[in-house]
Design a protein around this ligand. Sequence first.
Ligand SMILES: NC(=O)c1ccc[n+]([C@@H]2O[C@H](COP(=O)([O-])OP(=O)(O)OC[C@H]3O[C@@H](n4cnc5c(N)ncnc54)[C@H](O)[C@@H]3O)[C@@H](O)[C@H]2O)c1
Length: 449
Amino acid sequence: MTCRIAVFGTGYLGATHAACMAELGHEVLGVDVDAGKLAKLESGEVPFYEPGLTEVLERNLEAGRLRFTSSYADAAEFADVHFIGVGTPQKKGEFAADLTYVDSVIDQLAPLLTEPAVIFGKSTVPVGTAERLRARARQLAPAGDDVDLAWNPEFLREGYAVRDTLHPDRVVLGVDRALPGRAVEVAREVYSQLLDEEIPFIVTDLATAELVKTSANAFLATKISFINAMAEVCEASGADVTVLADAIGHDARIGRRFLNAGIGFGGGCLPKDIRAFMARAGELGADQALTFLREVDNINMRRRSRMVELARDAAGGSLLGARVSVLGAAFKPDSDDVRDSPALNVAGQIQLQGAAVTVYDPQAMDNSRRLFPTLNYATSTLEACAGADVVLVLTEWKEFRELNPDVLGTVVRGKVVLDGRNCLDVDRWRTAGWQYRGLGRAASEAVVG
Ligand SMILES: NC(=O)c1ccc[n+]([C@@H]2O[C@H](COP(=O)([O-])OP(=O)(O)OC[C@H]3O[C@@H](n4cnc5c(N)ncnc54)[C@H](O)[C@@H]3O)[C@@H](O)[C@H]2O)c1
């Protein structure tokens, strides 16, 4: 059955969700306050890098199933299913999430709802938000209690967003257990093709649904910081964290995924989500339960400093006047997202210590320039590395993992490579005459003098 859907917020989450809902055959209107973003989307251009999304966008624009607007009135008139996908960034100077944008969607949309409608929240929010928004929507809407609000957290990964939206691991839906409205039935219609694939559909209360998302992110952040803590101990003891990760990862209870030691996590989700989770637990009087996340955050940030130290050592004890090439700026490969990117953060710190830093990333150049306009930017790996004393690989793009060290060796001034993601083939680089240093691997093991 075809649903008429509006998606509020057309960023990484919302644009993907809107295009993918149209791909499922629904009629979809994407709503945003950013006119530039809307113009791009309307012309078939995805305003960010996400593999496969352009094709889905173009196909559905052409089929007439997907449109974009800045008008809430048009959205309220057109759709009876509304998804909230606006941002929930960290508040400036605080750990808590800034809920201004989700609040604003409800405050603008609800007064326009004169007919029965269901609102699904997808943004990542602190537990308790959905209940508050549900009451507010019903209070503001002329349709009153015929407006239902449920929470349907999003688990997509940038770089795999289309696949994750069309074939998710699970669909989670939080509803008001005391007053179950139409949300479950409508979600079944919206996601009928997914549910036909027997993707687990977990219906629960609003608080649990919100917590599923934040606790999943807390777990993933903890797993990364765990292996990075092991990396610190490996560095101190002369052990090799990559072998350690392989060995413990064979235990199915542990698993190898998300156990790559390196410069740690970043992006628009994990850092702000674990902080917002700590802040919310504090408000609920459960702060002790999450104090470990502060350590998870600390371990993560220490890795960035450690990378800067390694670069300083590699430059002979001072970065002043050194030429440093940074390969990678996005917070992870297959994305152009530089929000809280460890790579750019390290590049910035190295520059502050007096080095001339040149950055290259296959997709994140424009976003990086906007965030760090004072760094130098190159248009290719070879250009970035020309004359370099030290090369840092800070985002594990395939293009960097497969670099030919012999070729790169012909353009640099010093054959020194620091592998911030433990993604290079150590033997290959050493055989090509490079000094190699990875995080969590003892200097004596990894450096060829
Ligand atoms: N990016 C991801 O991989 C991902 C994955 C899962 C969950 N999330 C969550 O999804 C939410 C959105 O994240 P994102 O990465 O897409 O953010 P984003 O910054 O890319 O997009 C947010 C969009 O909302 C728009 N917006 C702001 N106020 C608006 C309003 N009042 N009405 C309509 N549009 C408005 C902005 O212009 C922007 O285009 C966050 O809560 C995030 O934590 C993101």
